[in-house]
Write a protein that binds this ligand. Structure first.
Ligand code: FES
Length: 575
């Protein structure tokens, strides 16, 4: 280990190493907690930011896992301090965890700044926790390492494998059409989440933990370890050991992140067939590092990066299979020629050194660039008069027959309007209709809830229809599937063109041509734009007001405008 710092240069020394009145208080209160002077003096203080709580359904093992981290920190000569941070429990929190991602980022940054932390371990996994924690840590720029929560075990129903999210949507439709019973549905409910851990499909959690690893913030091959595997506990302890060395080496996010590491992340996103949510999060993460990523970058890289991992919702397998097939390290080794392997990582080694020798054990699960699932990535950026600032579709999870399609719009003004009318047997739709949901974007939702996989209207479900073109300014769960155009920007709430569509208009989706077009003349659109009236503000106070006044659009990463960039923020005065 290259030791670049002396004990006196530790950030925490300002709190605990001085001889003034205030440092008396800092030391006496540390002693008050039962720690002896020898426990902390001259040691790096490691803040462990833990997203555990009794509502964090995917992180129930973090109560134990944090002890594994602390063990590692103690062993390596550090002083661990666990600090709880906000719970973003994807399923339970309303209107959506996305509304609070930036709050977690702010909390992470400000806790690290205001306490005597020399380095940090970030414990997250459930969808918005990896980007939230990472955004804050990048902005604070202390040595940082991430512990991915790890996926839960495969779901099971009567011997059939169940995948998080994906099978919920599938069997819900079967229940609505009477193909399964209430008893079946109840058994599925009991069998789909069998252990601690995050969704085990290639949803947003597994996509973002993989991206965090590729960016260089996890120990090699950490992202895919199942939450309940004993390897996960060992990884946690090793992570605790490693962060202490990172502090002495002064290895910070700004030493690790670069244009090239983000390009790697986008290539891996494509290889994974990852979540559409990742586009928003990657743009926001890069923004915190002072790197501007436009949607076009995903388009350019996606056209050269193949889709390689055969996992639901785009493919067949689940995270447990991915781990047994070699995990992320094997995938990266297999696509080594496409990556910049010289980028630094938290291990102090390059990405190439971290993955050297990793093997693919099952070619059905992890493919290589010479035998891909698909020659180009499945996350496609669309533009046109309906989405001047872009929209996104996951083509690998869509019905190929619908990728070039035009049909009559059926417009739902908001989620409640859709929920009220969708089951109506007289709803004027057929299989060729294009369902449109508006007012579900960053401000309209608020927070872009995952409503983008609009349910198929019941009358069409009964006819056997299982996919339709659906367009919204919402997001969709990474576990969802279907021909869903998402993240339409600018959003309808602020007068984007989606606000101007009328039921009966013809909408054309052309994925090969990267186009999304409303077949209405410019003059007519202008007439409608002039007549459009904004809706009443939803929030007159509190966090909701701050959120709506400062949130960026989807193509800009949905960060708050005042949190982007790398402008210096003063360290707190210690007095
Ligand atoms: Fe937590 Fe899916 S609900 S990862």
């Amino acid at each position: 280990m290259k030791r670049k710092k002396s004990c006196e240069e530790l950030r925490s020394h300002r709190w605990l190493g001085a001889t003034d009145l205030r440092s008396f208080g800092h030391r006496s209160r540390t002693l008050q907690m039962g720690f002896a002077r020898e426990d902390y003096q001259g040691k790096p203080i490691i803040a462990i930011l833990n997203t555990w709580s009794e509502v964090s359904h995917c992180h129930t093992h973090f109560r134990q896992r944090v002890e594994d981290v602390k063990r590692g920190v103690w062993q390596a000569g550090g002083f661990p301090v666990e600090i709880p941070v906000i719970s973003l429990a994807e399923v339970l929190q309303k209107p959506t965890t996305m509304m609070y991602r930036n709050l977690l980022a702010m909390e992470t940054e400000e806790l690290l700044r205001s306490y005597p932390a020399d380095g940090c371990v970030l414990m997250g996994g459930c969808d918005k926790t990896p980007p939230g924690l990472m955004m804050g840590a990048i902005s604070m720029n202390l040595p940082s390492i991430f512990i991915p929560a790890g996926p839960m075990l495969r779901g099971n129903w009567r011997g059939r494998t169940l995948g998080s999210g994906s099978d919920v949507w599938k069997y819900w439709d079967e229940l609505r059409t009477g193909n399964i019973s209430e008893q079946d549905w109840r058994e599925i409910e009991e069998g789909i989440a069998r252990s601690p851990g995050t969704c085990m499909t290639m949803g947003t959690a597994s996509t973002m933990t993989s991206i965090t690893e590729v960016l260089g913030f996890c120990l090699p091959n950490a992202a895919a370890i199942p939450a309940v595997d004993s390897s996960h506990a060992r990884m946690a302890s090793l992570t605790g050991r490693r962060i202490v060395d990172m502090v002495w080496e002064d290895l910070k996010p700004s030493d690790i992140l670069s244009e090239n590491s983000f390009n790697n992340a986008i290539k891996v996103l494509m290889a994974l067939g990852g979540s559409t949510n990742a586009l928003i999060h990657v743009i926001a993460l890069a923004g915190r590092a002072g790197i501007k990523i436009e949607l076009e970058r995903f388009e350019e890289i996606g056209s050269e990066a193949p889709y390689l991992v055969n996992m639901r919702p785009s493919g067949q397998y689940l995270m447990e299979d991915f781990y047994y097939a070699g995990g992320l390290a094997a995938l990266l080794e297999g696509m080594r020629s496409l990556l910049d392997i010289d980028v630094p990582t938290c291990t102090g080694k390059t990405l190439g050194q971290n993955i050297a020798g990793a093997k693919i054990h099952n070619n059905n699960v992890i493919r290589t660039p010479d035998d891909p699932m698909q020659r180009e990535g499945g996350l496609i950026v669309l533009r046109g008069n309906l989405a001047p600032d872009g929209a996104v579709i996951k083509s690998t999870a869509a019905d190929p027959k619908l990728l070039k399609h035009s049909g009559r719009a059926m417009v739902f003004d908001d989620y409640n309007d859709m929920a009220e009318r969708l089951e109506d047997a007289d709803l004027d739709v057929d299989a060729d209709s294009v369902l449109i949901l508006r007012n579900s974007g960053p401000q309209g939702g608020p927070g872009m809830p995952e409503w983008g996989m609009l349910p198929i209207p019941k009358k069409l479900l009964i006819q056997g229809v299982r996919d339709m073109v659906r367009i919204s300014d919402a997001r969709m769960s990474g576990t969802s599937y279907g021909t869903c155009v998402l993240h339409v920007a600018p959003e309808s709430w602020i007068g984007g063109p989606l606000a101007l569509v009328q039921t009966g208009d013809i909408v054309e989706l052309d994925v090969p041509g990267r186009k999304l077009t409303l077949k209405v003349t410019d003059q007519e659109l202008e007439r409608r734009r002039t007549a459009w009236k904004p809706k009443q503000r939803k929030f007159e106070r509190g966090y909701g007001k701050l959120f709506t006044e400062h949130i960026r659009q989807a193509n800009e990463g949905c960060d708050f405008d005042f949190l982007e960039g790398t402008a210096p923020t003063p360290e707190p005065e210690i007095h």
